[in-house]
Write a protein that binds this ligand. Sequence first.
Ligand code: ADP
Length: 466
Amino acid sequence: MEVSKLTFTLRSKLTFSYIFIVMVVVGLMSLAANVGLNKQFENYVIQRQEKQTAEIIDLVEMKYEEENTWNTGYLEIIGMNALQNGMIIVIKDSEKGNIWSAYEHNNGLCQAMIMNMRANMYSYSDKWNGEYQEKSYPILQSDKQIGTLTTGYVGPYYFNDEELIFIKALNSLFLIAGICSLLIAFALGIFMSLRLSNPLNKIAKKALSLSEGRYKERLVDVSHTKEIEILIETINELSDALEHKDNLRKQLTQDVAHELRTPLTSVQGHMEAMLDGIWAMDNERLNSCYEEIIRIKKLIGSIENLSGVENENVLLHKEDFDLSRLIVRLLNNYENEFLTKNIKVNYLEKPVTIHADPDKMSQIFNNLLSNAIKYSSENGEITIKAEKEENKIIVRVKDTGIGIKEEDLPHIFERFYRGDKSRNRQTGGIGVGLTITRAIIEAHDGTIDVNSTYGQGSEFIIRLPQ
Ligand code: ADP
């Protein structure tokens, strides 16, 4: 997928899903609050109407008790007052019938009020389907019913004018607050999703550029979210690792091409000269070609070995064994070389148990010993020490050979690096022995250091975990 398309898809998906979630949450919360408050208000109105009725009954009962008869003047004041508060009441004596009735007093006003109640409720909700209804309450004197108070209203409840204004204002406020919350949620949604999608876009672009082999650029400080920071760090580490591997691969290809070209060109030149009849095909020339071919074979073997140990996932078959026995065995193998050059070997064998890969250990000490012999002149001395220090095994391989020039010292572990090239052409070294040695030691979580004085000798110090 193209980077721009991916960026757009990622950003729009994140933005829309974020906004959608926030808007749904805010919308649902506003709706729930609105429904809850309306319900509460309806309950309040019903209670208010019940309370008003109870108060009227109390007043009527008190007056009757005081005068032991109906006071129609007083009942009229109560009835008118109730009418003004939006209540239609009728008071009946249990025997004589109507004592005071709002309908008889002012039927026109009562009808107008009922219409007003309906109009109020319809303007509150056009789905309102209440009916005019009456409710009767007993009027008691010493627990004996002496009459009935009937209230007329549109039900199950109704809002008077003030209540209607209040509930409408409340609903408008809710609507405004809801719209504002949605707008804020929308803006916040865009802001948050951009905050999240921007670094993710950069990471996606980076991942694409990695897949296209561009490792150089690094992602820097593009997010304040911890998880994304970790992701950025991981991506940067990944590009470092890929860059390193890519460099190794390029370097190896270059080095191999370079190392192979010289002997191959030489063999080619010799063969061409012989085929063209310029040189006689004698033993000496054929031998020289043969030696070059042997060198090329050795080189290829070393390269195979090198790529084997430089692989980060190099397989180690570790076991516990006595390192000093391994050193003694190797020293025995080189007995001939020591005799030929009259080299004195100092090694005090004492058991040193190590947990390592024995084959790989034998490979590194072979490299170090063969170098020590190779770079020692006649009558030299090689000293080996292997001991346990704290929780490390330290092995020193010291020779009194030609030593290493100061300018060569930092490079001797590099691939195909040869200190003294002319001499090495004679000794046949190709400059990968120490590279392999260091790679094996590092695979064992160890280190290798070198001390050397040109003309006096060298000492290689290996530190390995036990
Ligand atoms: P080579 O196959 O050339 O010996 P190495 O990787 O083993 O390759 O060594 C790299 C270079 O380090 C050598 O060319 C040599 O110059 C130097 N070197 C290694 N060991 C010794 C030593 N014991 N004494 C002097 N020089 C050494």
